[in-house]
Every structure is written in structure tokens, then in C-alpha cells.
Unconditional design. Structure first.
Lengths: 523, 192
């Protein structure tokens, strides 16, 4: 059977979402001869469609369907309807990510064992061993074309990086480089080399940065085994009397409700929509939502510690020129509780244009204190801090029964409170970040609060025991064998690194397991 | 700056374009124009139904707001996000959307509160207060009001998302059509 597939074809695998998880899984399964229907809520945009303009691009790509927020995080106050900056389009958030591609450190797969008991934190070890992941990371790095792997050179450092590197060295940091980036740094037949354009967050118009939208998705479609349906917004996952999933209901591009049957359903809608869908799929057999016998669906939401440091100097930097994030200091990523917190953090270069800087440098601020900062924009350098935040059961996605979306379905409410460990880590990171810039003559520094989250993890976490999480080591639901989670909501803990490489590695691995189970007739 | 003679062209609304355009008031010299208007505060000429920059480089004809109220709104916008190198016309662009039938009543109420607070401090009006710090004191006292928050929030994009403003900050904007920065100074920093 080849694409396109019939609605009543119950031999297909239905994948919800086409990002780092769903998009890669779709391609890997299609290459193995498995029939896949991938349902994507957004439209399809390719490099020729991307826009080098921050707000216009946001309007094109960002998920802006309603969500609500609660908790003590500043995002709930400053951006109450926008808890996350992620993408609604074919390719998902790989369209707008900056390309940072780091592996977990070995101990980060075993955070509970390594860190010990942390009051108020719902720490748990991943049910996966670090050694097991190495070959999958190899495949992911090859797929993404990650610099400083496979003999590929690192990207050259831009102005923002040079300031960062000089400060880092002055402080005595040793692990400083332009990092491991999924951005072409060498001539190859496939993707154009990086042209240092900036606007990495707005989609790479050269295709130099890896995005599932113009790599895995078309590759999968070319096999004839993958059918992508765009503007297909899944409303509900259906199950049969035996408690196995049987298909999905979705609103098509014309707003009509459709039903696609499925042999297996893989959910990859990112960490708000995936748990929301499971909860909205509640039935008399599953009154708490699908896959939720543990009560952990939606819980343990993590967004990384984050925060940024910007600094102004007495001379121009012009940080917007060139890649947005090719620069990293890794010296603080280790676990060293003598600093006053468990887990570690990375420091990564970051740049925003004037429009976004006005919105995010200090949300709500006004007057000369604020405008003098923007007056020095040309002389500004910046970095982003990415650290492991603590999973807390009370940080969670729930259904907001008072707010409905355009299809009449309850939206996700995202509740988040900082854990004391997160605060201690952030304070340390601010201090170190400011020190980096002061070491090379910064005249003013800005410890900027976390943005609407671009890393969203943990809400359907992996666990050894069914009572501790939602899925097993394969991302397979503990409760329903033909229901999988394929996105970052699987993460048991967040580690100190950007998640995309790990999501991709897990998806390649999950494809192997799934295809194997299918061929054995276990699914 | 050369003298420019202002003119109206009937019902043309001068403020529609993204950047201000000059217009001609038929037959009036600048001297005659000044005789018809009051020069107020820092930089505005206010006539009946229009305000203009004192250098007459731009003008805006109001639709629903009184011209004095619109001028106050422009000053308020600058006081919220003061940039001494951004000329008035960009603040006018940023707030002209409030000169609408839907917004006019709320804006007039909010402006009235600013003027009331100014009067309490012994001034004729908000625009009459010469020192920015005195005007900012009033704004700070009404920081939590929905009027202030709506203005402030709207300016984040209304002011900073104007392409004409970006070069003032040195920001170069769109890059792809120029081939990126690989040959245009992505790593040209020379003072480290």
C-alpha cells in the first residue's frame, strides 16, 4: 500500500506532530516500509517562505492557539497567554530552533541516583542506560550534520562569539567553542553552507540548519510510505473495547471532523499538546485520560532553568550578524553541589533583533532605565543560560475547562513554580554570565528573565515502573501497548542541554523498536 | 532645515503612511501658519484638527481625537519609551492607531487624567510640564492603570517594530537578500 491512505485503513501508523520527534519517526518508519499517516496541525513552510523579520515570522510560524498559565513563574505575569514559543508547522519546532546539538552527560540519565533526594523534586532515573544511547546519538548527529562530529569543522565565530570567548578565557573557562551545531559548516551535496545570516530563529532561508521540514519529511514522502496531512488538528485519540487505540479524530483544513483509523498512534505534539490530547481523550473506560493510570500525564513539566545575560560595551559588537547561537561555555555543566545546587548549566551565545529585544530584555519595564539599554543595542553582546530544572509534580499541564479553543476543546493550562534549586542555579549562572562580560569591559549588564519556553519537557515521562510515569523505555504507554509518545514530553529529567538531539536519537531508536514489534505481530 | 510650507489637501489624512509625508497648506506661509496655531511644550504645533512638528517636517490631521489630546498622547509615548535620537514622527506613527472611533473615548478619558494630575501639581496641562521627570512621576503614579498598560504594551511593537526606526539603533534588519553576513562583517569586531 502506498500513500495516500484511506481513512479506514487500520494498518497505518498515525503520528501526531511532525517535529524533531514526529517528523524523524515518520521518515525512519517510512524508510523501513511502514505505512505512516502524519497529522500536522500547522501548514507547510519551506526556506523560500521563511521571513527575516522577527514579528512577521512569529505570525507565520508560532503556535498561538490559546493556552493559559498559572504559578509563580514570571512568564505567567508577562506573557500569560504565551507559555511557550514553539512552532505550528510541518517540521515543528525544528523550524525555529537554533541548532545546538549536545548529548546528555552520562550521569544525566540517572539524575535521582546521582543527585540524591531533593526536597520537593520528583526526581527519577531514566529507564535507559547512557551506553545504550551512544549509537543512537551517532545516527542523530549524522542525520543532523552536527559540527565537531564526524570530522566536520566547527562554525567560525561571529562578533557575539568573540566577545563571549574573550570573556570566558579571561575568567579561566576552558571548554569554550562555537559548539556542536546542526548547521552546515562544510561543502556537501545536501544542504547549503551557513552564510552567517542571523535569523536562525525565523527559519533558515539557506536550509543550512537542519529542520525536519525540508529533510526528513520530504525524504519520508519520497519513499511513498508517508502521507503528511497539513492543517490537520487532532482533537481526540480513540480506543476500542479492548482498551487499545483504534484511531484519531481530527479537524481538517476546512474545519470538518475526520476520523483516521490506526494500528498504532504515536503522539508528538510537544509537551503541552501531547498531555492535553491524552486528557481530552478521556472516556468511561479511561476517565482520567488515556495512558494515565499513574496520574502523571501532564505532570513534571520542565522548561530548563534558563535566563539570559546581555551586556553593553563602549564600542560596537553588532551581535545580530551571524548565527544566533554558535557559541558555548561548558565548564559549568557538571554536577558540583559545592556551588549550592544539583545539576549543571550551559552558557550559549544568543542574539535578538531590536523588535524582540524591546519585548524580552525586561518585560514590562519602561522609562530611561530601559531605553538607555536599547540605545546601546549596537554595542550589546548576549548569552542564554540552559540548565537542568527540577521536575515537580505540581508543575503540570491540565485542562482549563473555562477556556475553549477554536474547535470547542478545553485548552491547556500550564502551571509552573520555580524550585529553590532552579533559583539557586539561575542566580549562579547570572553571576557567572555577567562576570564573563565584565572581564572584557562591559559597562552595563542585564540579567534577563526566562522567555516563553522554547524547551518544553517531561509531561509524559519515561519510567521503569508504571506508577512513576507514563511510558516505558521505548516511549510506549505503560497502559496501552499501541500508544507511543515520541516528543520531548517523554523526558524523565531535562539534563543541562538543549533537547533536540536527544529527541531525534530517541525517535530513531523508537522507529527501530516499533518496526520490530510490528513485524513480530506484537502490535 | 529648510522652511516648509504646510498645506492641507482637503480630506487627505496625512498620517496614513508608515512615515510622515510633507503636505502643503495652500497659500499660507509658515508665519501665517504659526499665527493660527499654538506652539506647545517641546516640539508640537497644534491647530484645529491637526498637529505638526515645529520644523514642519511632518504633520498629522486628527480624525477622532482633539489635536491637543493627540499631542499629549505622542508626548506620553515618548515619556514611556524615551529615545532622544528618535524623531517625533515615529512616536506619532506608533500612536496614530488610537485616533479611531473605537479608542477615542478611552484615550480622551486617560489623557484627561494626565492633565488632572498635572493641574494638581500646579501646571496647566501634562504638555505644559517642561521637565520629563515631572511627567514621568505622573506616569509612574498611574502605572497600574489599564490606560497606561495598554499604551505601554502597544508601543513595544508600535514603536520598535517600525523599520524606519531600526537604523537609529544600528540594527540592519533583513539579511538573506544581501547574502547573509558571511562577507558583510559577521566577525569584524576589532577592539578585543
Amino acid at each position: 500500500m502506498a500513500a495516500p491512505f484511506d481513512m479506514n485503513d487500520d494498518s497505518v501508523i498515525v503520528i501526531i506532530g511532525t517535529g524533531a520527534g514526529g517528523g524523524v519517526l515518520a521518515n525512519e518508519l517510512a524508510k523501513k516500509g511502514v505505512s505512516v499517516v502524519a497529522l500536522e496541525a500547522g501548514g507547510r513552510y519551506l526556506p523560500e517562505d521563511y521571513i527575516n523579520d522577527e514579528w512577521e515570522s512569529f505570525g507565520q510560524l508560532a503556535w498561538t492557539d490559546p493556552r493559559t498559565t498559572s504559578g509563580d513563574w514570571r512568564v505567567a505575569k508577562d506573557f500569560s497567554g504565551l507559555p511557550a514559543w514553539i512552532v505550528k508547522a510541518v517540521g515543528g519546532t525544528t523550524t525555529h530552533w537554533a541548532g545546538a546539538s549536545l548529548r546528555f552527560q552520562d550521569h544525566e540519565w540517572k539524575a535521582a541516583t546521582t543527585y540524591g533526594k531533593v526536597e520537593g523534586a520528583n526526581l527519577l532515573d531514566w529507564p535507559i542506560e547512557a551506553e545504550e544511547m551512544a549509537p543512537w546519538y551517532d545516527k542523530a548527529e549524522k542525520k543532523l550534520g552536527v559540527t565537531r562530529t564526524n570530522g566536520w569543522p566547527g562554525l567560525p565565530g561571529n562578533n557575539n562569539y568573540k566577545v563571549f570567548e574573550a570573556g570566558a578565557k579571561a575568567l579561566g573557562y576552558k571548554e569554550v567553542s562555537t559548539g556542536r551545531m546542526a548547521i552546515m559548516s562544510h561543502e556537501n551535496g545536501d544542504r547549503t553552507m551557513c552564510q552567517q545570516t542571523g535569523f536562525c530563529f525565523q527559519g533558515c532561508k539557506w536550509g543550512a540548519k537542519w529542520s525536519a521540514a525540508y529533510t526528513d519529511i520530504p525524504e519520508g514522502e519520497a519513499t511513498g510510505n508517508l502521507e503528511v496531512r497539513e492543517r490537520a488538528h487532532v482533537a481526540r485519540i480513540l480506543h476500542n473495547e479492548a482498551g487499545k487505540v483504534s484511531g484519531v479524530e481530527y479537524y481538517d483544513a476546512d474545519g470538518k471532523l475526520q476520523m483516521q483509523k490506526a494500528r498504532v498512534v504515536c503522539l508528538a505534539g510537544n509537551s503541552f499538546e501531547s498531555p492535553r490530547l491524552l486528557l481530552n481523550s478521556a472516556s468511561s473506560m479511561f476517565p482520567d485520560g488515556l495512558a494515565n493510570s499513574s496520574g502523571q500525564v501532564g505532570r513534571n513539566y520542565m522548561r530548563h532553568m534558563t535566563g539570559s545575560v546581555y551586556a553593553t560595551f563602549d564600542k560596537p559588537v553588532r551581535m545580530w550578524r551571524g548565527t544566533t547561537m554558535a557559541g558555548i561555555i561548558q565548564d559549568e555543566a557538571m554536577h558540583d553541589p559545592s556551588r549550592g545546587f544539583v545539576g549543571g548549566y550551559e552558557m550559549e551565545t544568543l542574539s535578538l533583533g531590536i523588535p524582540f529585544m524591546a519585548a524580552f530584555l525586561d518585560p514590562g519595564a519602561w522609562g530611561r532605565e530601559f531605553t538607555t539599554a536599547l540605545d546601546s543595542y549596537e554595542n550589546m553582546a548576549g548569552m542564554w543560560l540552559v540548565g537542568e530544572d527540577m521536575p515537580q509534580e505540581t508543575n503540570r499541564v491540565t485542562l482549563n475547562m473555562d477556556v475553549k479553543d477554536q474547535h470547542g476543546l478545553p485548552v491547556a493550562n500550564v502551571h509552573f513554580d520555580d524550585h529553590p534549586n532552579d533559583i539557586a542555579m539561575r542566580q549562579h549562572a547570572y553571576k557567572q554570565g555577567m562576570a564573563v562580560y565584565e572581564a572584557v569591559g562591559a559597562t552595563r549588564v542585564f540579567p534577563t528573565p526566562p522567555y516563553p519556553s522554547t524547551h518544553n519537557l517531561g509531561t509524559n515521562r519515561m519510567s521503569e515502573k508504571p506508577e512513576d510515569g507514563v511510558v516505558n523505555k521505548w516511549g510506549q504507554s505503560h497502559d496501552i501497548t499501541n500508544l507511543f509518545i515520541s516528543d520531548g514530553s517523554q523526558f524523565t529529567t531535562g539534563a543541562a542541554v538543549n533537547p533536540t538531539l536527544t529527541i531525534v536519537a530517541l525517535a530513531i531508536r523508537q522507529a527501530d523498536y516499533l518496526a520490530d514489534e510490528l513485524s513480530k505481530g506484537n502490535l | 532645515m529648510t522652511m516648509t510650507v504646510l498645506a492641507f489637501t482637503g480630506a487627505t489624512y496625512l498620517g496614513r503612511e508608515e512615515t510622515m509625508t510633507k503636505s502643503e497648506m495652500r497659500g499660507l506661509t509658515r508665519r501665517q501658519l504659526l499665527a493660527r496655531v499654538s506652539a506647545v511644550g517641546a516640539s508640537f504645533l497644534i491647530g484645529s484638527g491637526f498637529i505638526a512638528g515645529t520644523g514642519a517636517a511632518w504633520a498629522y490631521e486628527t480624525n477622532h481625537l482633539k489635536s491637543e489630546d493627540f499631542a499629549t498622547l505622542v508626548q506620553m509615548a515618548r515619556d514611556i519609551y524615551p529615545h532622544d535620537r528618535i524623531p517625533d514622527e515615529h512616536y506619532v506613527s506608533a500612536v496614530k492607531g488610537y485616533d479611531s472611533s473605537e479608542a477615542a473615548a478611552d484615550i480622551a478619558t486617560g489623557i484627561a487624567k494626565l492633565n488632572e494630575a498635572a493641574k494638581k501639581k500646579g501646571f496647566v496641562s501634562y504638555l505644559d510640564m517642561g521637565w520629563e521627570r515631572d511627567r514621568v512621576d505622573i506616569l509612574r503614579s498611574m502605572e497600574d492603570s489599564s490606560f497606561f498598560q495598554k499604551m505601554r504594551g502597544g508601543l513595544v511593537t508600535g514603536l520598535y517594530n517600525q523599520k524606519a526606526v531600526w537604523p537609529i539603533f544600528g540594527y540592519e534588519g533583513e539579511s538573506f537578500s544581501k547574502g547573509g553576513y558571511v562577507d558583510r562583517g559577521f566577525d569584524d569586531i576589532n577592539w578585543l
